[in-house]
Design a protein around this ligand. Structure first.
Ligand code: CTP
Ligand code: MG
Length: 354
């Protein structure tokens, strides 16, 4: 009987891994979509240069880190290389006016937001069945660096890392637990949860800790510091692949089952801080104890995920008590579905993302 159970578990995991890969592949952006987005970026860059000739417009977020799904939004960052530049607030206002005059985009400028941005959208059309949504921010160099860090992690083991991350992104969107504005977690937060799990929870680890590897040559503080934050990480991935290989051979299905188990039953939400830089930390050690703001309208530290570079920033600070309750309920639901191992793996997948 035990032997038969082991065989059926193995068969489920093998089938489920294949299902995950097939499922994720059909959700990747098409080459046409990527080309349209690159055209849009180029067009916007040319327009911005009529205001600030020394500016560059760069992609960050999912379009640049290898974790993009079909129709995901575009995150763009404008860098200005000259010393004398307009402040972000004026630039946002001027750019918003210009784009409204010169393009078909719907434009919304938020010059007074904590991070001033211009929000653009384009309606659906036959060539672009889902339209485009795009945010342009300014001088957000840390976001460009954390995008590069995530991209490097994706490149080390694309078959497992990208499949897991892309699946979880679809899962959290379908289960409606991916809205920081409504008290749940951003995609960026979910990606950090996955990387933490693969670097610090799995033993042997699936990924190395790129921020703690010894550099190949001495790095000066100027090179490694941005806005007062240490942004160094080992980024020579082709060399890394020659020198480092994970001895973890679990399949993507096994990893996913264990991911849901860990975050639904093992991780201590009351005391723990997820840090991909330093491993599991404690809230009290960072001054992030949720006791401090319990009972206040805005609770910032229910769920704690340390930003890889801005280490005093909790990426999950938008997660409310109710939001965390919902997220944990969803993690438990997913874990339960996978442990029940329905007859056919495809059923597990469709139940998970119902
Ligand atoms: N970001 C950040 N700090 C946050 C949230 C986001 O620095 N608290 C930056 C990161 O560089 C991240 C990017 O903004 O890669 C985009 O974040 P998000 O939209 O959450 O992630 P995407 O991977 O773009 O996911 P989606 O496809 O759902 O848009
Ligand atoms: Mg995005």
């Amino acid at each position: 009987h035990t032997q038969r159970r082991t065989i059926s578990k193995q068969r489920f995991l093998t089938e489920f891994s294949q299902c995950l890969v097939d499922f994720v592949i059909q959700l990747l952006p098409t080459p046409e979509e990527l080309a349209v987005k690159e055209n849009v970026r180029g067009l916007l860059e040319r327009l911005i240069r009529t205001i600030e000739p020394d500016s560059r417009l760069l992609s960050f977020g999912s379009t640049a880190n290898g974790f993009s799904l079909r129709n995901s939004d575009m995150d763009l960052c404008c860098l200005i290389d000259s010393e004398e530049r307009l402040n972000a607030c004026d630039l946002v206002t001027m750019l918003g006016d210009l784009l409204e005059r010169e393009t078909k985009f719907h434009v919304k400028s938020l010059p007074h937001a904590r991070i001033p941005i211009v929000k653009l959208s384009l309606d659906a059309s036959p060539g672009l069945p889902f339209g485009i949504a795009c945010d342009i921010g300014f001088e957000n160099r840390l976001a460009l660096e954390n995008t590069r860090l995530l991209m490097c992690y994706a490149m080390i083991d694309p078959a497992r890392v990208r499949t897991m991350v892309l699946f979880l992104k679809v899962w959290c969107k379908r289960r409606k637990i991916n809205s920081p504005y409504k008290g749940t977690l951003s995609s960026y937060g979910y990606v950090l949860l996955v990387i933490f799990f693969l670097v610090h929870v799995k033993n042997p680890p699936v990924l190395p800790n790129l921020q703690q590897m010894p550099p190949l040559r001495p790095i000066s503080p100027e090179e490694s510091t941005l806005n007062g934050h240490n942004i160094w990480f080992f980024d020579d991935i082709s060399l890394l692949r020659q020198r480092w290989q994970s001895s973890n051979t679990e399949s993507v299905a096994e990893l996913l089952v264990d991911f849901f188990r860990y975050y639904s039953r093992e991780f201590s939400y009351n005391t723990g801080v997820v840090s991909i830089r330093a491993g599991l930390l404690r809230k009290d050690g960072k001054g992030w104890s949720s006791e401090a703001d319990r009972g206040t309208a805005r609770e910032r530290n229910r769920l704690c995920i340390e930003d890889p570079f801005e280490t005093d920033f909790n990426v999950a600070r938008c997660v409310t008590r109710d939001g965390l309750y919902t997220i944990r309920g969803e993690l438990m639901r997913a874990s339960r579905i996978l442990l029940s191992r329905p007859d056919r793996a495809i059923l597990a997948l469709s139940q998970l993302c119902e």
